[in-house]
Structure formats: C-alpha cells, structure tokens
Design a protein around this ligand. Structure first.
Ligand code: NAD
Ligand code: IPM
Ligand code: MN
Length: 359
C-alpha cells in the first residue's frame, strides 16, 4: 500500500526577485519588463526597492545597513534598471549600489551576450544574425574598478594621480575558468582572451599564464588571444569569427558598448552579474540615459531580454524562451522604439511584447 507521502504534491515555490529600478530610464524600462515577465506566467514574485538618486537625495541612504546580506539571504535574483543621475555628480550612490552589489556580493562574472536579432538593426553592411552571435565574459570584481589609488599634491600644478589595476591570481583564474565552463555549457567552440599584455606586462603576464594553464582542462575548446585594440577592429570587420571572449573589467566595459552597437544600440543589450550558486544580479547594459528619461521613448528590449536571461538562470527556461521569441517577433514586425527604427513608445513596445508572450 502506498504511504501518505506519495499523494503529496508540493506547490511549486515562487522565485523571489529583488527589483531596483534605480534612476532615469531604469524607472521606465524595469516596470515594463516586469509586465512582460508576469505575462509569461513565470512563478516569480517581485519586491521593489527604492534605492537610487531620489532616495539618496531625500535621506542620504544609498544601500541600507544589511542591504547586501539581505539580498543574498532573502532573494533568488536581483533585477536592476540603471543608476546614475546628474543631481549626484559624485555618482556615489551608483557606486555604492551597483558596484556594491558586484563587489560585496562577489558577482565576479559579468556575462554580456551579443546577439543580432535582425539584420535591419545592425549598422554594419550586409551583417546577418549568423554573423553576430558571441558572448563577452567580463571580470567584474577587480582591475581599476577596485578604486585603489590616490592623489598627491592635490589641486596643484604638480599633482600626481594613481589608479591601480588590481589582478589577483584567484580572480583571474576564476573568471577564465568561468569563460571555459560557459563555452562548454553553451556549445561554444572557442574562448578568446583579450587584453593589453604588450603594455600592461605584469597583469597581462598573469592573465596569459593562467589562460594557458586553465585551457588544458578544456581540451575540446579552441583558444585564441587578441589584443583588445585589434579586437575592436575585429568586432567591426569580422564579428562572425568571435565566440566567447574573456577580458578584464575595464576592457569588458568598453567593448560591450561597441558590441551593443552591433546589436542595434544600447537599448538592445542584456547582461548578468553572476556568481554561480549565489544570488546573482541582472541588468541591461545601458545606463540611466538622463536626456531621454521620463519621455516614454527608452527602448525596453534590453531590459526585457535581461529579464529573460534572469529567468533562464533561475531554471525557468520555457518562460525565458517565450519572452525571447516575442522580442524577436516585435523586431520583425517593427513594434519597436525610435532608437531602433520603430515608432512605438516604451510602454507600447513592452505592451505588445507582453501580449505576444501571453498568447
Ligand atoms: P547611457 O547608456 O545612459 O546612454 C548612452 C546613450 O545611449 C545615450 O544617447 C542614451 O540616450 C542612449 N540609450 C541608452 N539606453 C537607451 C535605451 N534603453 N533606449 C534608447 N536609448 C538609450 O550612458 P551614459 O550617457 O554614458 O550614462 C548616463 C548615466 O548612466 C551616467 O550616470 C552613467 O554613470 C550611468 N550608467 C549606469 C549604468 C548602469 O547602471 N549599469 C551603465 C552605464 C551608465
Ligand atoms: C556598465 C556601466 C558601469 C561600469 C558604470 C555605471 C559604473 O558602464 O555596467 O557597463 O562601468 O561597469
Ligand atoms: Mn558600461
């Protein structure tokens, strides 16, 4: 006879998502992306936090005490819009919130997929979706972003400013290994490491040595090295040759804006800030775009694709897939915002995608 437990079907638990819309267009694209996620029927629940410039200007809070441990403890993922506001010229709140999450939660892999959805979006002549399909794995916790350095004789004609580029053996090794694991898990064939080891010889030397060592564990994956200036040329001249690129924090930041242009602009680019096994954070690549904020013209597709990336990361693959194909439909049917050649507003574009997802 069957025991009572056999009749017990647990109700699936919802994934808990912390939402930080942030500043500028973040406050517009995020609620719209959440509508699309709701339309997908994904088993998630959202809790929104008001961290950003308004809160900072109102009461001086950037991240409340216990903010990061709370996110790690109480949530499965974090969804961020953008941070940065001209009323806070020091950018202190953005540093503490955004870089705070990346650094204090040790989200060491910034994964930025670069995929062209439709030829019409690409500024390159004759480029097709097959030509632009690669991923940048950006180191996310070290380099010049560590804010180590200082000023000597500040404000005088003899001033000296230093900004240290920090590269630890552990940090370099784990991001390179992540890139190979990513390639293996996603059926990618090649990992390219990019940097400036011809000039930054100490840090570059470490990256080169570690890359060769780690590559030995992944004999089925091809390896390649390219200086980052040459890579910029390659991204425009022959993007088809690119597969997985691993690079440091600063170069990763710069080349992913260029990569965003290949996809149609910053409004199209998605990213995840990941530490495998821990609460990770997902955000579009674009910033708060203060000049277009509040006008219902920002492109919501980058944040919608970011939400899909988050769902896939959480194991909600069918919902992620539904959202991605609805975005593709929107592109093909010109249901887009003006930056990518459409005529819809932020809300109308997201609404169209949500309706397609719900079908
Ligand atoms: P930005 O990405 O905000 O804007 C660059 C250009 O792209 C602008 O012309 C803008 O109008 C356009 N753009 C960006 N996103 C768009 C979208 N979704 N739809 C249509 N057009 C879009 O970069 P910026 O101007 O260098 O920075 C503005 C502020 O954002 C700064 O405070 C910066 O520090 C911050 N920022 C934050 C993040 C983040 O939170 N992850 C990323 C980048 C910049
Ligand atoms: C990005 C942004 C951030 C970065 C800024 C806002 C600190 O440009 O996420 O690409 O430099 O990492
Ligand atoms: Mn950037």
């Amino acid at each position: 006879m069957l025991s009572a437990e056999c009749y017990y079907f647990p109700v699936p638990t919802k994934k808990r998502i912390a939402v930080v819309p942030g500043d500028g267009i973040g406050k517009e694209v995020v609620p719209n992306a959440l509508e699309v996620v709701r339309a997908s029927g994904a088993a998630v629940e959202f809790t929104t936090f008001d961290w950003g410039a308004d809160r900072y200007l109102a009461d001086g809070t950037t991240v409340p005490a216990d903010g990061f441990p709370m996110l790690a403890r109480d949530f499965d993922a974090i969804f961020v819009g953008a941070l940065g506001d001209p009323r806070v010229p020091s950018n202190i709140h953005a540093k503490e919130i955004l870089l705070g999450m990346r650094f204090k939660m040790d989200l060491y892999a910034n994964v930025r997929p670069v995929r062209l959805l439709d030829a019409s979006l690409c500024p390159l002549k004759n480029a097709s979706p097959d030509d632009i399909n690669f991923t940048v794995v950006r180191e996310n916790t070290e380099g010049v972003y560590m804010d180590m350095g200082g000023n000597f004789k500040f404000g005088t004609p003899d001033e000296v400013a230093t900004q240290e580029d920090i590269n630890t053996r552990k940090g370099v090794e784990r991001i390179i290994r992540f890139a190979f694991e990513y390639a293996r898990a996603n059926g990618r064939e090649k990992v390219m490491m990019s940097g400036k080891s011809n000039v930054m010889t100490y840090a570059g030397g470490l990256w080169q040595r570690v890359f060769k060592e780690v590559a030995k564990e992944f004999s089925e994956i091809q390896t390649q090295h390219m200086y980052v200036d040459a890579l910029c040329l390659q991204m425009v001249r022959e993007p088809r040759s690119l597969d997985v690129i691993v690079t440091n924090n600063m170069f990763g930041d710069i080349i992913t804006d260029l990569a965003a242009a290949l996809q149609g602009g910053l409004g199209m680019a998605a990213s995840g800030n990941i530490h495998p096994g821990r609460t990770s954070m997902f955000e579009p690549v674009h910033g708060s775009a203060p000049l277009i904020a509040g006008k219902n013209i920002a492109n919501p597709m980058g944040s919608i694709l970011t939400a899909a990336m988050m769902l896939a990361h959480l194991g909600l693959k069918a919902e992620a897939q539904k959202i991605e194909s609805a975005v593709l439909d929107a592109v093909r049917e010109l249901k887009m915002t003006v930056d990518v050649g459409g005529s819809l507003g932020t809300r109308e574009c997201a609404q169209w995608i949500a309706e397609r997802v719900a079908k």
